[in-house]
Design a protein around this ligand. Sequence first.
Ligand code: ADP
Ligand code: MG
Length: 348
Amino acid sequence: MSEIRLGILGGGQLGSMLSVAAKKLNIKTIIYSNDQDAPAQNFCDEFIFGDYKDKNKINDFARKVSIVTYEFENIPYETLNEINKFKNVNPKPSINRLIQHRLAEKDFVNKLNIRTTRYVSIEKKSDLESLGDFLPGILKTTTMGYDGKGQYPIKSLNDLNGLNIDFSKEYILEKLVKLKKEISVIITRFGNNRYEIYEAIENIHENQILKKSKIPADITQKLIEQSREWSKQISEELKYIGTLCVEFFVDRNDNLYVNEIAPRVHNSGHLTINAFNVSQFENHIRAVCSLDQIPLKKLHNAEMINLIGNQITPYRQNINLKENEFFFDYLKKEIKDKRKMGHLTKIF
Ligand code: ADP
Ligand code: MG
């Protein structure tokens, strides 16, 4: 078989971990990013810096690779679609377009009879004034948000006066769920009814940013099964190829809601590197490159802690890890507040 060259759009830590997994499978990675300092350039075989809308550069990139995937969802649809005309892009551009828009995403999930939070589209300030019923809630931009960016918690209509919201963007208002827990399910789909599904992961957020993930999740068997079924149903309906993550809320009455879908490998799945025989990254590559599917085996219970901002510093200075601890430094040039700099996984 001729050598596979995997093109990855996006150069963050997910791109780095995909590159490391690819290397293990003898697959070369070429990363394209609009960030000159993209950390994944330290891990891939070739790095191309350019705007996602730069047709010439994107063309040069696509010509070099056998197949294309992406590690973050905010890539312009037109770019993915253009590439897909002559190189296979997986997951499919239309899937990305659906999921990168919070309203379209929630409409899609509800059509499958799967529960989400209650939500309403907001196009102008006056749309908010009669929506007391959705409060307390969170106003979110429909596109481009991540790690809580572009989100405004609103307790009551009075809060609106104090907020300086840019209404040139589209929003969604979501009713706040009284959270008992958050969980995620990571699934790799290889083709019709062919999956590898990781067990539900329990996630703890601080200030809308993931802080900690662990397996096993402390939830009922019923929730374990329901979240697994819904994740399967979502990926089957999308005819998804690759690794996908479904984020869920569990409320105080043990009702399950889909929060959002990530059409890519996911932060909560970093622990799969150390806790399973095949990681979410390797599985993604196996699926998009049509390699063999290997039955998933759990090796350990595990816990992953995100190192945010200067929490990385002590680990960089003094790596005194225990035998069951694994430290990952994303090699980002600059330490910034609220920026994911690395993570620590412990296995048990
Ligand atoms: P992002 O794209 O930034 O991950 P999310 O919609 O997942 O956006 O929101 C980030 C976090 O904020 C969630 O994981 C959860 O902790 C909290 N959150 C968001 N929406 C709601 C909601 N409707 N009810 C309760 N908590 C929420
Ligand atoms: Mg989220």
